[in-house]
Write a protein that binds this ligand. Structure first.
Ligand SMILES: [Mg+2]
Ligand SMILES: [Zn+2]
Length: 269
């Protein structure tokens, strides 16, 4: 293992658009969505919209079919597969919902590549309507973060990932995102980590206002091609750096088991 954890936002990072907007638009409910948006939180609105679409006769299969047509840059799937082949632990941290994400990942043949999907839970109810719940129970246990929407503060999840990976000996994080919800977790990244904000999207603009608040290295990207190049370069440079550190500590080598040796590059078959 490369000892690197890569955390991906989903909407406008892995896929090109916002999956919630895509489903609403493709199933013909944009006007109602826009009308209700000022009246409730986004996450609650999506639950309402899915119930409304069901009452108009749309099935869960209709939703799945629409999700399978979602635009994605052709270099994103190869980038994810290459990062996985280099030994990275890949995770998703998204404010979409589990049904949307799992349907798309399965369609792209990517469901085995991620060790975790952290997102809003969803299920199909007895009427056949997709129900979407908030990740965080904001009435009984609010997350208390003023930067984030009530249903999800991505920092809560990122900090849990940071704690768990430090006990597994994986030290470096790379975070990819585009939205304002990705700013809060970017502030929690540490020196030696990297943040990859999508250029000219809200996360990038927020970071640019005061880059000194970010302890991680900042590497912006514009499209899937740059995402692939920059991500793989970062993974390789971290691996080389960690190998060099490891070899320079050669006096300690005899006490470390072979299993603990970092593998910087994949074995070519
Ligand atoms: Mg996003
Ligand atoms: Zn937050």
């Amino acid at each position: 293992m490369a000892g690197i954890v890569v955390v991906f936002d989903f909407d406008k990072t892995i896929i090109e658009c916002d999956s919630d907007n895509w489903v609403v638009d493709e199933l013909g409910a944009t006007d109602l969505f826009n009308q209700l948006l000022p009246t409730m939180p986004w996450n609650s609105l999506m639950d309402t919209m899915m119930k409304e679409l069901r009452s108009q006769g749309k099935t869960i299969e209709d939703t799945a079919e629409v999700l399978k047509r979602i635009p994605i840059h052709p270099r994103v799937v190869p980038a994810i597969k290459a990062a996985h082949a280099l030994g990275c632990d890949l995770r998703i941290l998204s404010d979409a919902n589990l049904f949307f994400i799992e349907t798309i990942l399965k369609h792209l043949g990517l469901e085995e590549y991620f060790s975790e999907i952290n997102t809003n839970p969803s299920y199909v109810d007895e009427e056949g309507s997709l129900r979407i719940s908030p990740y965080c129970d904001f009435t009984n246990s609010p997350h208390g973060c003023s930067l984030c929407p009530p249903n999800m503060c991505k920092s809560v999840i990122l900090e849990r990932i940071q704690t768990s990976v430090s006990t597994e000996g994986k030290k470096r994080l790379i975070y990819l995102g585009d939205g304002s919800g990705d700013y809060c977790p970017s502030l929690k990244l540490k020196e030696g980590d990297f943040v990859m904000p999508r250029k000219n999207f809200p996360l990038f603009d927020l970071i640019c206002k005061n880059p000194l608040l970010i302890k991680a290295g900042i590497h912006e990207w514009t499209d899937g091609e740059e995402l692939e190049q920059i991500l793989l370069n970062l993974i390789n440079s971290i691996s080389i750096e960690e190998n060099a550190q490891f070899l320079s500590a050669d006096c300690k080598l005899q006490t470390i088991s072979v299993e603990a040796l970092p593998q910087a590059l994949p074995v070519q078959q």
